[in-house]
Design a protein around this ligand. Structure first.
Ligand code: NAG
Length: 357
């Protein structure tokens, strides 16, 4: 190595710049995302990107930073959000341009609430589509797939959630004292489940089902918008939140064996609730529905009518022929919670109908 006599000063500079010289080989930092031979794009969103994202804009005032994204084979993503100075509670969030965000992981006080990171997204695939590679979530095309770590720093700034007197609050980790949404709701009767009652939505079901163990509300977060702090359940904004124990029969007038909660069937225009009555569908013709909600089902309609899914947190979704199946499936954040999904979109208090415009 006699040819490699380097001026120590230059060596220092070289080390500092982490460049590769003939004698000193310093490994370049891995790129991020490092998805190797996966052909689908992964973008990392910054705060500006979130503010410009139609479905994710409500998170635009929260602190955002990059997750570490790796893929070893078959586009199986391994996603890690690390704590940043001053923020020990946060979410890993998937954004897209054709729908609201999907929450992938939750960390409270530096601890993942479900399994340890890195996290992967179940039911996510990179498929060829019209000559390009595209991401699909539950078989639905995800446009402009993007990821970000988003802080959950304001949970104690939202109004306190009150109990109806029969509903218990149990901390999920008593050593966590700076997170006001990290609780279980419990009901004395184990046929009942805790619902979040609000003044602007139907009662919200956590997706945890009934039982003595109580319900965890991993989708509940306090979001800051300007000077305002508001509770959200996933992307649904809630006003004046309190917790009440009840049954689906008492709340929605129908029983359901599905942990996801009710999926109502709309047979006539009068069945449409106030939050369904948007756009052209509020006056459309309603066809005969002969389908029944199940863990996986399709809405089949008579000729001339199209399946449409209404929900409290989205505009009406026309169910495409390419992705007809509606599912009650695992919440990507934690599989002790269940969610309704149609066309890759999470639904809160859904209802389905056959409609003709
Ligand atoms: C979380 O981790 C960060 C970085 O490792 C550390 O600075 C912070 O003190 C931790 N916070 C808690 C609440 O443990």
């Amino acid at each position: 190595m006699s040819s490699c006599r380097v001026n120590p000063f230059l060596l220092l500079i070289s080390l500092f710049l982490q460049t590769v010289s003939g004698c000193l080989v310093v490994r370049e930092k891995d790129p991020n995302p490092n998805i190797q031979n996966c052909n689908c794009n992964v973008k990392l969103f910054n705060q500006e990107d979130i503010r410009n994202n139609e479905g994710g804009r409500y998170l635009g005032d929260l602190q955002v930073w990059d997750p570490i994204v790796e893929s070893k084979q078959d586009c199986w993503l391994a996603i890690t959000c690390k704590p940043v100075p001053g923020v020990s509670s946060f979410f890993t969030v998937m954004f897209r341009s054709n729908g609201p965000p999907i929450y992938i992981n939750r960390v409270v006080s530096n601890q993942s609430t479900f399994v340890e990171q890195p996290r992967s997204i179940g039911n996510l695939k990179c498929n060829e589509h019209n000559g390009e590679h595209q991401w699909f979530f539950h078989d639905a095309l995800i446009q402009d797939f993007s990821l970000a770590c988003v802080a959950d720093s304001y949970s104690c700034d939202c109004p306190r959630i009150l109990s109806d007197g029969r509903t218990g609050f149990e901390s999920r980790n008593p050593s966590v004292t700076n997170q006001c949404d990290f609780f279980k709701g419990t009901c004395m009767q184990n046929t009942e489940i805790p619902f979040l009652h609000t003044t602007n939505t139907n009662p919200v079901n956590s997706g945890a089902g009934a039982g003595a163990l109580g319900s965890e509300f991993d989708d509940l977060r306090c979001v800051k918008t300007g000077d305002e702090f508001s509770w959200y359940f996933a992307n649904l904004k809630l006003q004046d939140v309190s917790m009440h124990c009840g049954t689906n029969t008492a709340v929605f007038g129908e029983e359901t064996y599905l942990t996801c909660g009710v999926f109502q069937v709309i047979n006539k225009l009068e069945d449409l609730k106030w939050y369904h009555q948007v756009g052209a569908y509020s006056t459309a013709q309603v066809g005969i529905s002969s389908w029944t909600p199940a863990f996986e089902f399709e809405i089949t309609c008579e000729d001339g009518f199209k399946p449409v899914v209404f929900s409290e947190n989205n505009p009406p979704i026309e169910i495409p022929d390419s992705v007809p199946t509606i599912k009650c499936t695992y919440n990507p954040m934690a599989n002790y919670l269940m969610v309704w999904i149609a066309n890759g979109i999470r639904l809160i208090t859904p209802a389905g109908a056959c409609m003709k415009l």
